[in-house]
Design a protein around this ligand. Structure first.
Ligand code: NDP
Length: 253
């Protein structure tokens, strides 16, 4: 089997799995964070879990860039900058900034995240730097790239700010939950998820690629049902939780 055929088959399997995961996650909420429960096997500290899950996405994409089968050009460098900007934050900075890192996370969740991130870095990186159509320097002024990169940056800013608001609800060492009331948290239960979803749809547009689209679909499939579960949890847990606050998309859902 050629690498092109392998990449294509993996991509199809990826998309089908995303749809299955989307349906499943409305019934089973992934057991980490506030939805942690027993019966999911051995656990690791959640800070270690985040580093284990996310570092392969960073290293894998950089490896695909380093192994590029052709000159990557300015557009390739721009894709690398967007990806490394996000995963540098998610894999290295975010685990250090979040609070409550001693909470256990099932090892199975960390390993599933690791597997997803390795496959996703391969699908996206290999397509952009070897198997897909090359993006010349002119791509940087294409409206799809400009609009996609703007969405990416806006989504990134939204989720980093929302992550920060959550981190500052706790003092170091605390694990309690409180009602967040700053920034986009005033509108939705999970603005960090909203920002992340906007970001990867921006990536799909900026790269104009099926692997980029598959990543955006996966992110939505993963985070939309979880945002719904978060909102339901807030309403069960806090009698004074604002009723008008939506789950994920301001004023809509
Ligand atoms: P959560 O919003 O559930 O939690 C984020 C952090 O804030 C955790 O440390 C959590 O603590 C803490 N926290 C959350 N709510 C409160 C509260 N009300 N009071 C005090 N502390 C709170 O996000 P996730 O952990 O699921 O995800 C973290 C980041 O990773 C997000 O930005 C998300 O977008 C991204 N992500 C991306 C995915 C993708 O598919 N691309 C998949 C999953 C996550 P605790 O851990 O104790 O609950």
């Amino acid at each position: 089997m050629s690498e092109e055929s392998f990449h294509h088959a993996l991509l199809v399997a990826w998309l089908v799995t995303a749809l299955a995961v989307f349906v499943a996650l409305f019934r089973i909420t992934a057991p980490y964070g506030r939805h942690t429960r027993s019966g999911w096997g051995p656990t690791v500290r959640s800070t270690a879990g985040w580093i284990v899950m996310e570092t392969p996405a960073l290293a894998g994409f950089v490896a695909m860039f380093a192994l590029a089968a052709r000159p990557v050009g300015a557009a390739g460098v721009a894709f690398l900058a967007l990806w490394v900007g996000h995963y540098g934050y998610r894999a290295l900075l975010y685990p250090a900034l979040r609070r409550g890192g001693d909470r256990p996370m099932p090892l199975a969740v960390a390993l599933m995240g690791l597997t997803f991130n390795l496959g996703n870095a391969y699908l996206n990186g290999r397509w952009l730097f070897a198997l897909g159509p090359p993006h010349g320097a002119g791509w940087l002024t294409d409206p799809r790239f400009l609009a996609g990169a703007a969405l990416f940056v806006a989504g990134f800013a939204a989720h980093v700010h929302s992550d920060r608001v959550l981190a500052t609800l706790r003092r170091p060492g605390e694990t309690e939950y409180r009602i967040p009331s700053r920034g986009l948290h005033r509108l939705v239960a999970s603005p960090n998820y909203f920002g992340e979803i906007v970001q990867w749809w921006g990536w799909a547009l900026a790269t104009w690629s099926l692997p980029g689209l598959a990543f955006a679909v996966w992110t939505t499939a993963n985070l939309l049902p979880r945002a719904r579960a978060h909102r339901a949890w807030y309403r069960r847990t806090f009698a004074d939780y604002p009723e008008e606050r939506r789950a994920l998309i301001p004023f809509v859902f």
